[in-house]
Design a protein around this ligand. Structure first.
Ligand code: DAH
Length: 340
């Protein structure tokens, strides 16, 4: 009896060690310790022994049983650990590595917003007009009702190339080129770069982008301007955005206004984005000055028009929450890739 138990224990211990899966281990366990298992059978057969041998035999079997139980349970733990490690390895998804995502270029955020604005105005029948970045004094100032000694020239610190040639300081120059060529009715949008001798800081850059709009026809009024700018603000900020006109001064418009949009962040209650006012300035605008129409050979008694000039950089910053005007010009890939 003792011999049998010893042999069975040894065989079982090596069978346990040979098991590579918890399923195989369980099979061995059932074969030895299960209801009709080998060791269980030995225990059952004890009734065939002479009574005086039974306590001793019982002890032997029970010691063997305990030893095997703990061998099973140790191997079980070990196999569970191996199996779970294997599963972890096989099912691993490494969310930290993105090198398999092919790098793709994308449009600069300013280009994206410009394209959307262009699309919006062309859908309303505006034509897109380009005009030179290197301009003459005449188109950039003179024809826009800003003669040489006019104090309004001081509003813009201009880069002069010669006495009469300059880097355009405003896309308004494009209005003149358009009206010289095309007679009303006309609707024009002219996006482009402009240049001013400003030191770069959080709110200024020496190069920035404007979008000039111009509509000239019979009977155009400020209501037309307000209507289009309301649509514009609702499209680019939020459905509930309102606009307001504040009286202002530009030599090429009369009357002139600064256009504010209700703050998209706080809805007009006042927050740090709108500096507590509830409003954010988005552009300058007005009714085209009679002198400007006349300079282009358009009869101001017959036609009226409105014009607006908005900063693309500003609109983009409002939409994307960009807080420093220099960032879009730095082309840091970490900034740019947010807009892919
Ligand atoms: N040219 C102006 C500027 O650069 C912006 C502007 C204001 C354009 C009013 C307009 C306008 O066409 O009507 O500050």
């Amino acid at each position: 009896m003792e011999e049998k138990v010893k042999q069975l224990t040894e065989e079982t211990v090596s069978a346990i060690a040979a098991c590579n899966t918890t399923a195989a281990l369980n099979d061995v366990r059932v074969k030895i310790l299960g209801k009709s298992g080998a060791l269980t059978a030995l225990l059952r057969n004890m009734k065939d022994l002479p009574p005086e041998q039974r306590p001793e035999a019982g002890k032997i079997v029970n010691v063997a049983r305990e030893k095997l139980e703990s061998a099973f349970s140790d191997r079980q733990d070990e196999l569970l650990r191996i199996e779970s490690e294997k599963r972890m390895r096989e099912e691993r998804i490494d969310i930290t590595i993105d090198e398999h995502i092919p790098l793709s270029g994308g449009l600069h955020p300013l280009t994206q917003v410009r394209n959307r604005i262009v699309e919006f105005f062309t859908s309303l029948g505006f034509v897109i007009a380009d005009s030179p970045e290197i301009e003459t004094d005449y188109y950039n100032f003179e024809a826009l009702n800003i003669p040489a000694d006019h104090p309004a020239r001081e509003m813009q610190d201009t880069f002069f190339v010669t006495d009469t040639i300059l880097l355009r300081s405003q896309t308004s120059a494009g209005q003149i080129r358009m009206m010289e060529k095309v007679k009303p009715p006309l609707k024009m949008l002219s996006p482009g770069r402009v240049f001013r001798a400003d030191e770069a800081d959080a709110t200024h850059t020496p190069v920035f982008h404007q979008i000039e709009g111009l509509v000239v026809d019979k009977g155009i009024t400020m209501c037309d301007l307000k209507g289009i700018l309301d649509l514009f603000a609702q499209k680019f900020f939020s459905k509930s955005t309102r606009t307001r006109f504040r009286p202002s001064y530009f030599p090429f418009t009369e009357p002139s206004v600064e256009v504010d949009a209700s703050c998209h962040r706080c809805g007009g209650k006042g927050c740090n984005v709108c500096k507590g006012t509830g409003w954010i300035e988005i552009m300058g605008a007005g009714m085209v000055n009679r002198n400007v129409l006349a300079n282009c050979g358009i009869d101001p008694d017959e036609y009226t028009g409105f014009a607006f000039g908005c900063g693309l950089d500003r609109i983009t910053s409002i939409i994307h929450g960009i807080t420093d005007a220099r960032i879009p010009f730095e082309n840091d890939i970490r900034f740019l890739k947010q807009f892919r």
